[in-house]
Design a protein around this ligand. Structure first.
Ligand code: UGA
Length: 441
């Protein structure tokens, strides 16, 4: 069945969701307050790098199923199913999430709702938000008690956003148990194709659905920090964390995924989500339960410092050294540099007196905007020109494929530090390079 849907927010989450809902055959209106983003999307351009998304966007615009607008009035008139996909960044100077964008959608949209409506929240929010927004929306809306707020958390990964939206591991829906309504049946219509594929559909209460999302990201962050903590012990004892991860990963209860040791996690989700989770648990009087996430955060941040130390050891002193940095995005196949470990390391090294030359296949524009004082080059080879040490900080395929012979003619010293354990040590050592990985002998 075709539904009419409005999606609020056209960032990673919203733009992907809007395009993918149209791909499922629905009529979709994407809504944002940023005229630049809207103009790009209307022209069939994705304002960020996400493999495969542009094709889906263009195909559905051309088919007339997908449009964009800045007008909430138009959205309220067009659809009775609304998805909320705006950002919940970390508040400046505190751990808690900044709810102003989410709140502002409800404050603006709700007074325009004159017909029975379901609003599905997708943003990552502190537990208790959905219930609060539901009450507020009913208070503001002319349709009053006929407005429902349900929660449908999103688990997509950047770089796999289209696949994760159209073929997710699971769908989760939180509904208001105190006010039985239509949310579940509407969700079943919207996601009919996915449900027919047999994708697990977990229907629960609002609080559980909000906590599912926070817990999933906390678990992933913990898994990465676990292996990075073990990597510190490997460094102290001469063991190899990559072999160790393979070995423990064979145990299905543990699993090999998200056990890649290196300079740790960054991006617009995991770091701020574990902090917001701690802050919310504190407000609820359950802060002790999540103190371990402090340590998860500390272990993660320590890896960045360790990378800077390794670069210093390699150069003798960072003062006046020439450092090549390959990778600026927080992970490969993304141009996102929000809380990127790579850019953070590059910045620290520069602040300690080195000249830092950065190259990233997709994240140059965003990096320059965030860190204009670093030097940006137009290729990996240019970044390595005259380098005393080469640092691989994001595991782009282009860097994984580099051979010692590619760089030998341009570097000053044959030293490479693999911040993502993505290179083959013997290839580099056999060619006469000094190779160092994190948590490897
Ligand atoms: C993460 C979650 O994986 C998604 O499920 C979730 O929907 C999303 O956050 C979100 O909340 O919106 P994403 O931020 O795209 O997705 O990135 P990940 O693939 O999770 O990687 C996060 C960071 O961990 C990256 O910096 C990556 O380099 C690092 N990482 C990942 C490691 O250091 N080691 C690993 O083994 C895996």
């Amino acid at each position: 069945m075709t539904s009419r849907i409005a999606v609020f927010g056209t960032g990673y989450l919203g733009a992907t969701h809007a395009a993918c809902m149209a791909e499922l055959g629905h009529e979709v209106l994407g809504v944002d307050v940023d005229p630049n983003k809207l103009a790009m999307l209307e022209a069939g351009e994705v304002p960020f790098y996400e493999p495969g998304l542009e094709e889906v966007l263009r195909r559905n615009i051309a088919a007339g199923r997908l449009r964009f607008t800045a007008s909430y009035e138009e959205a309220a008139e067009f659809a009775d199913i609304h998805f909320l996909g705006v950002g919940t960044p970390q508040k400046k100077g505190e751990f808690a999430a900044d709810m102003r964008f989410v709140d502002s959608v409800i404050e603006t949209l709700a007074p325009l709702l004159t017909r029975p409506t379901v609003i599905f929240g997708k943003s990552t929010v502190p537990v208790g938000t959905a219930e609060r927004l539901g009450a507020r929306a009913r208070e503001l809306a002319p349709a009053g008690q006929d407005v429902e707020v349900a929660w449908n958390p999103e688990f997509l990964r950047e770089g796999y956003a289209v696949k994760d939206t159209l073929h997710p591991d699971r769908l989760v829906l939180g509904v208001d148990r105190h006010r039985p309504g239509r949310a579940e049946s509407v969700a079943r219509e919207v996601y009919e194709q996915l449900l027919n594929e047999g994708i697990p559909f977990v229907v629960t209460d609002l609080a559980t659905s909000e906590l599912v999302k926070a817990s999933a990201n906390a678990f992933l962050a913990t898994k990465i920090s676990f292996i990075n903590a073990i990597s510190e012990v490997c460094e102290a004892s001469g063991a190899d964390v990559t072999v160790l991860a393979d070995a423990i990963g064979h145990d299905e209860r543990i699993g090999r995924r998200f056990l890649n040791a290196g300079i740790g996690f960054g991006g617009g989700c995991l770091p701020k989500d574990i902090r917001a989770f701690m802050a919310r648990a504190g407000e609820l009087g359950a802060d002790q339960a999540l103190t371990f996430l402090r340590e998860v955060d500390n272990i993660n941040m320590r890896r960045r410092t360790r990378m800077v130390e390794l670069a210093r050891e390699a150069c003798g002193s960072l003062l006046g050294a020439n450092v090549a940095v390959l990778g600026a995005a927080f992970k490969p196949d993304s141009d996102d540099v929000r809380d990127s470990p790579a850019l953070n390391v590059a910045g620290q090294i520069q602040l300690q007196g080195a000249a830092v030359n950065v190259y990233d296949p997709k994240a140059m524009g965003n990096s320059k905007a965030l860190f204009p004082t670093l030097t940006y080059t137009s290729s990996a080879l240019d970044a390595c020109a005259g380098a005393d040490v080469v640092l691989v900080l994001t595991e782009w395929t282009e860097f994984r494929k580099l051979l010692p012979s590619d760089l030998e003619a341009v570097v000053r010293k044959k030293v490479i530090i693999d911040g993502r354990n993505c290179l083959e040590p013997t290839t580099w050592r056999d060619a006469g390079w000094t190779y160092r990985g994190l948590g490897r002998p």
